[in-house]
Design a binder for this molecule. Structure first.
Ligand SMILES: Nc1nc2c(ncn2[C@@H]2O[C@H](COP(=O)(O)OP(=O)(O)OP(=O)(O)O)[C@@H](O)[C@H]2O)c(=O)[nH]1
Ligand SMILES: [Mg+2]
Length: 236
């Protein structure tokens, strides 16, 4: 039996040994009943050792690197709480924003933590990253009738009822697109809060932003053309 107030926090991890101790401390300090679900995506550093010491956490280990999307899919499948959060392990998105994400879930099905919602509070992000994100988010909004400002965000919260029977097939970073597209086609509105973003200080990015953008353009069109539109969904 899952306690009503439990929040499952899904954290994809790939070679994050440097940033994980800070992330875990900050996550554990939140005034919420957090159940962390870490997915170690075949890290070759000490990430798994660190994760295995986190009290009360579920740790899923991939024996080979299956990708970011595959990690999140496994995390969602193993979650049991009504409210689910996804957050990267590198402290770029503050764990301290989780209570605000959860609060907003009182009235919404899906909430994204956006780095671009409040222009006056934006953190400088390298041009290629920001441009690709804005291009894809804009196109997504146009095709899927949404108003997102940060489709690539690594931090979001959603209700189990909104996602539990969602088909998620993409294994790589294009998961973010499939996730948003399938929600939108289901008639769900993606809402946002602003998040203070801190570019990664430890480890290194494993994401190829330019090639990802090209791939995203393809998937955006593909999902627009192939996912059937369901009528607007009323909240449970
Ligand atoms: N790149 C990558 N990250 C993974 C994978 N599996 C899990 N992750 C985790 O997914 C999260 C996002 O990956 P990042 O490499 O930080 O991607 P990013 O935030 O776009 O890139 P940076 O801004 O440079 O940090 C991190 O917590 C990773 O540890 C994987 O196969 N590849
Ligand atoms: Mg990152």
């Amino acid at each position: 039996m899952v306690p009503d107030n439990q929040i499952d926090v899904i954290v994809p991890v790939y070679n994050e040994e440097e940033g994980l101790p800070e992330f875990i401390t900050r996550l554990s300090s939140l005034p919420l009943q957090i159940h962390p679900i870490f997915i170690d995506n075949a890290s070759t550093d000490n990430s798994l050792l660190i994760l295995n010491k986190v009290e009360g956490a579920t740790v899923i280990r991939h024996s080979t690197n299956e990708g970011y999307g595959a990690s999140l899919r496994d995390g969602i499948q193993s979650s049991t709480a009504d409210r689910i959060v996804i957050i990267d392990a590198d402290c770029e998105y503050p764990p301290e924003a989780i209570p605000e994400l959860i609060k907003k879930l009182d009235n919404e099905d899906v909430v994204f933590a956006s780095r671009f919602l409040l222009p006056e509070k934006q953190t400088p992000i390298p041009f290629v990253k920001a441009f690709g994100n804005k291009l894809i988010s804009g196109l997504f909004n146009l095709l899927f009738k949404q108003q997102t400002t940060d489709l690539y965000t690594g931090s979001k919260a959603f209700r189990r009822s909104a996602v539990i029977d969602l088909t998620l097939e993409r294994n790589g970073f294009e998961h973010v697109l499939e996730f948003a597209a399938r929600l939108a086609k289901r008639g769900i509105t993606i809402t946002e809060i602003h998040v203070a973003f801190r570019p990664r200080r430890t480890g290194s990015s494993k994401m190829m932003h330019l090639s990802e953008t090209i791939k995203y353009l393809y998937y955006l069109t593909y999902y627009y053309l192939t996912i059937p539109q369901k009528s607007s969904r009323s909240r449970a």
